[in-house]
Design a protein around this ligand. Structure first.
Ligand code: NAD
Ligand code: DAU
Length: 375
């Protein structure tokens, strides 16, 4: 039977995937209420949610998932946000019954230069949310139970480590994280599992491959290459460019999470991927070709001439590939977008949203770029 929930707490909802997920949910389920809980780090941007900010079913709360007092006030229903979400009702209805946990430090390169923030947010922040959910959902006085609440933990394929030329990650592949980022995500996955196993907290975890699409912060490969190419700047390819990633359009990740929320078996993990492996250098070349076609009078044509091989990422994982059979067989999920259409839509979005790109590339991002690439 399908689970339904009334009030979602989406952590990290101002980031890339979280903001796409909030738009997806508000449009797919007009009756659901969504509280976006985000610390607004360099990666969090409320402009990503301009379209929904006036939606009566949407509220934003600024805060850190490590702040236990704030998390408790949200999960207890005591926070003032509930009064504005449910102006007519008593204190009973507004309680959060589903947490969709995206909030994380998410960029591998930043984890190599500054791992501490990753441990704090990804491990301790997740622990904090799990503890608070346990307290408010599983106590004797709670109006909720493991049957009427859910903690959906959003994770990554990087927890499985690196593959050689053959094979795919399945849900049974042992964890072998290689970067501080993936180690911190693996830690959070283990905690989520333990809270289900030990306390009976209703947890489902998803492990997804590389996402691309609108609103991705331009420190990640796809938007970085698009925006640099438009400006005639070098397109930095790490090492020999032969590392392989599996790519999934962000909306397909959102639909997979939605299905896992509604039908995923408690305590289970589901791999999510696009069956869509690309060498980094081939993705960069493809983006260049599409830009050549789309902007025939660009002074930067052929954009491929901007490709620059740079020093490799330390500990760079060679290949990720997801076996997404379980989520297909159990929940009926498959991606709706092909890479060919998804990447074209993504490039079009970045071309049409130059104001957004300008804003996110100002300030802190510029300092980071200088430190990473030296100019
Ligand atoms: P992102 O970096 O774009 O967004 C992260 C969001 O979390 C930001 O809005 C940030 O402000 C917020 N945040 C960070 N620390 C916080 C804290 N302490 N308290 C509250 N909010 C905080 O990340 P993303 O790419 O959207 O990834 C979202 C989730 O999906 C992450 O858990 C990531 O591990 C996972 N994931 C990402 C991908 C991908 O390709 N991007 C793939 C698989 C899984
Ligand atoms: O696999 C899922 C993961 O995908 C998520 O868990 C992470 O949150 C997300 O950031 C992403 O991690 P990657 O390290 O794979 O993504 P990134 O876009 O940083 O890099 C993709 C590949 O491109 C990787 O092999 C490194 C390479 N790369 C990246 C950058 C930024 C380059 O060659 N040049 C670059 O400038």
């Amino acid at each position: 039977m399908e689970r339904t929930f009334k009030t979602f707490l989406v952590t990290g909802g101002a980031g890339f995937i979280g903001s796409n997920f909030i738009r997806y949910m508000l449009s797919a389920y007009p009756e659901c209420k969504v509280i976006n809980f985000d610390a607004l780090t360099y990666a969090g941007n409320l402009e990503n949610l301009k379209e929904v900010e006036a939606d009566p079913n949407y509220r934003f709360v600024k805060g850190d998932i490590c702040d236990r007092v704030l998390v408790d006030s949200l999960l207890s229903g005591g926070h003032e946000v509930f009064k504005s979400l449910h102006p007519q009702s008593s204190a009973l209805s507004p309680v959060i019954d589903c947490i969709v946990h995206f909030a994380a430090e998410s960029h591998v390169d930043r984890s190599i230069t500054g791992p501490e923030a990753f441990l704090k947010t990804n491990v301790m922040g997740t622990f904090n949310l799990l503890e608070s959910a346990k307290k408010h959902w599983l106590s004797e006085s709670s109006s909720l139970s493991p049957q009427s609440s859910l903690f959906l933990h959003v994770s990554t394929d990087e927890v499985y480590g690196s593959l050689g030329d053959e094979g795919h990650f399945t849900e049974d592949t042992p964890f072998a994280p290689n970067s501080p980022y993936s180690a911190s995500k693996a830690g959070s996955d283990h905690l989520a599992r333990a809270y289900h196993h030990t306390y009976g907290l209703p947890v489902v975890t998803t492990n997804c491959s590389n996402n691309y699409g609108p609103y991705q912060f331009p420190e990640k490969l796809v938007p970085l290459v698009i925006l640099n190419a438009l400006e005639g700047k070098p397109l930095p390819v790490y090492g020999d460019g032969l590392n392989v990633r599996d790519w999934l359009y962000v909306d397909d990740h959102c639909s997979a999470i939605d299905m896992a929320i509604r039908q995923g078996r408690l305590g289970e993990t589901y791999n999510v991927g696009g069956w869509n492996e690309w060498k980094n250098i081939d993705i960069v070349r493809l983006i260049c070709q599409i830009l050549d076609e789309t902007i025939p009078d660009s002074p930067n044509r052929p954009h491929e001439s901007l490709i620059t091989f740079v020093k490799d990422r330390p500990g760079h994982d060679q290949r990720y590939a997801i076996d997404a059979s379980k989520i297909k067989e159990e929940l009926g999920w498959t991606p709706a977008h092909t890479f060919e259409t998804g990447i074209r839509e993504t490039i079009k979005w970045y071309l049409e949203n130059s104001d957004w790109c300008e804003t996110v590339r100002s300030g802190e991002y510029r300092d980071y770029y200088k430190h990473q690439y030296g100019s």
